[in-house]
Design a protein. Structure first.
Length: 114
């Protein structure tokens, strides 16, 4: 089993431990609302990640960058991203396929001065 597949399996186990049922019905308000909630928390973790970076150029004594805390927030984002995929019925193989299709499209866009 590759590492991406392991991450998906571990996230599913964690979701089952929390009694989070998946996938959601993306055609219902309830399903879409659950997805919005996951996206909210994922974005929130991204903002927390930004809090660890120096973002006030006018500060004479900025706080020291904490690389470990910064990377921990990256892992938090990944947790929510995996949950989002699972809730949308996207597994590791389908994600790999989607990613490669989009990557090909992005390369083509760059070649065509998109």
């Amino acid at each position: 089993m590759d590492k991406l597949a392991v991450l998906f399996e571990e996230q599913k186990k964690f979701m089952e431990h929390l009694k989070i049922y998946y996938p959601v019905d993306l055609h219902t308000f309830e399903g879409q609302n659950k997805i919005r909630e996951i996206v909210f928390w994922m974005v929130n973790e991204a903002f927390e990640m930004c809090e660890w970076m120096q973002y006030k150029p006018w500060r004479k004594n900025p706080p020291e960058f904490n690389e470990n805390k910064f990377k921990e927030e990256v892992a938090d984002i990944l947790h929510f991203f995996l949950e989002l995929c699972i809730m949308c019925d996207i597994d590791d193989e389908y994600l790999f396929e989607l990613y490669n299709k989009k990557l090909e499209k992005n390369y083509k866009r760059q070649e065509e001065d998109y």
